[in-house]
Design a protein around this ligand. Sequence first.
Ligand code: PMP
Ligand code: GLN
Length: 377
Amino acid sequence: MSAPSPRPSIFSTISRLAHEHGAINLGQGFPDFAPDEGLVDRFVYHLRHSSNQYAPMAGVPALLQAIGSKIRRVQGVSVDPQTEVTVTSGATQGLWTAIQSIVGPGDEVLLFDPAYDSYAPAVESRGGVVTSINLVGPEFRIDWARFAERLKRPPKLVIINNPHNPTGTCLRHEDLIELESLLAPTETLLLSDEVYEHLVYDGREHLSVLRYPGLRRRALVTSSFGKTFHVTGWKVGYVVAPPELTQRFRQLHQFTVFTVNTPAQYAIADQLAEPAHYEGLPTFLAAKRDALARALSTSKFALLPSEGSYFVLADYSAVSDEEDGRFAERLIVEHGVATIPISGFYRDAPAGQRYVRLCFAKKEETLARGARRLLSC
Ligand code: PMP
Ligand code: GLN
């Protein structure tokens, strides 16, 4: 069995370099602004008044219920909080445990590159084999005919990410219908990474795979309250899956983390009770996305559309013909701005793509300062 790569993640590498050079960090996906004060107050309240001991293994009942209610409200479907929802230590642990619960030696896992960096190591740590289909800019849309071709030998698991990191694209209803119909004759399972579920812009709806019965019955869906409530350091997320898959998931969950931070779970349950806290996010973050776009409108960077997530891709081909890793390094060292080179998300990046990822989940003053520096390129 091959061990996961010991290579540090592109996010840590870039953030370290940014720190060393005092660069403005528009790279790693974390907010530099404070979370809602009410949420912090609820955390402090529960530290003082609720339990500071182990939560029940699957999550505190108040949070499981609140997740179930939110899913009903937003996606229009019912999930059973007792048998279908598990609170995780961030989406990272949810993804890792989900993959470990499904994949065995020699199993194929098909994903779409560019892909988030934690999927492949989880597969490889079980002796599974990662294969991928490249999405190519500037559209980065899935070619379903190619996918159909690959299903002639159905993989054990397919991984999707919607809204998508790093491209900011969202799957359309037609995409999900296509996926549902192509998977229908197979036993292939689906892992749907939906950590940016509440960050979709311009009046779009987030289409969770939970809405599609043929997908839902085979899917584990991960999400992250770190992203939703701007508390990436709290490391609280969840996984939704049908009872049989949830049981398999929990068997491993109980021996990896067992339970997740109790007062944080209570605080998040309280926050979810007010839908405005997640329903207001698209307006709040789209304003940041648009402020960054305005500030860069006279630069040589061409921003691609961002339909969701914390991210927007910038085409820098009018600035330089360097490959993106070197370019991103030079942006840090010479211009004092950290971005993420998109090739870090590919196994085998298409030649000639010139994109870096910018994170706009930052204070407007950070975005303005970062943009001013990029204007000097
Ligand atoms: N999936 C994607 C696509 C992400 O961007 C991230 C980044 N945080 C995660 C999973 C991990 O989420 P968490 O921070 O909750 O572990
Ligand atoms: N998800 C975040 C990003 O894409 C970073 C998470 C991490 O640093 N591992 O930037």
